[in-house]
Design a binder for this molecule. Structure first.
Ligand code: GRF
Length: 208
């Protein structure tokens, strides 16, 4: 059980700007987490802007990306080898735009988390904001969930809602949701690392 450890070492995987990664590290630096420590970050894409934030921090930045390997499985094996060497207990996906394969899933069973900018199970996959606006729903939000072999389909840890306005564009909606993502992700990470929890069928149950 994650929460039974005195310190939980986290690795982050991203693909782009990394604002969720930044928010998590800023929460850590502000003393928000009792146990979580971000020790490592990696990107599947070379030069992802999000990686720059790790530069002057005590966070190892893995220097290889997916293009350095023949297959996604080989890239995943690199992540596993390097992050296990650093003692990573929990893998945090923060804007990681690849399907997670068996190599990662087997290495961290029930210990990979992701954030998605919709109220799952609505609008999984790419272009969640466009899907949301096209459908015409009046409420959207974000979801933090454990990662399984499906597309944004793992057990839900937490959700937050925001209104969808008639005047919204993808940009305005994504900005409103992103503000909530930056709080929700750390809130959920705190809960799974500091509270006892279990998964019944597919419901994450926290002990009070
Ligand atoms: C976020 O909207 C997240 O929900 C989704 O990808 C985006 C990443 O943004 N999975 P950032 O790289 O964390 O700024």
């Amino acid at each position: 059980m994650l929460n039974e450890k005195a310190e939980i070492r986290a690795g982050v995987l991203l693909s782009g700007r990394g604002s969720n990664f930044r928010a998590i590290v800023q929460h850590e630096q502000a003393g928000y987490f009792r146990k979580l420590r971000v020790v490592c970050v990696a990107s599947n894409k070379a030069g992802a802007p999000g990686l720059a934030f790790a530069a002057d921090k005590d966070i190892v930045c893995l220097d290889k990306c997916a293009a350095d390997f023949e297959s996604l499985a080989d890239f995943e094996q690199y992540i596993v080898t390097e992050m296990k060497r650093l003692g990573v207990d929990l893998l945090i996906l923060a804007g990681y735009m690849r399907i997670v394969g068996k190599t990662l899933l087997d290495a961290w069973p029930c210990a990979i988390v992701n954030i998605h900018p919709s109220l799952l199970p609505s609008f999984p996959g790419l272009h969640a904001h466009a899907q949301t606006l096209r459908y015409g729903v009046k409420v959207s939000g974000c979801t933090v969930h454990f990662v399984d072999a499906g597309l944004d389909s793992g057990p839900i840890i937490g959700q937050r809602t925001v209104p969808v306005l008639d005047t919204d564009t993808e940009e305005t909606l994504s900005q409103r949701i992103l503000e909530q993502e930056h709080e929700l992700y750390s809130e959920c990470l705190k809960r799974i690392t500091e509270q006892a929890w279990s998964i019944h069928e597919r419901t994450v149950v926290f002990d009070s």
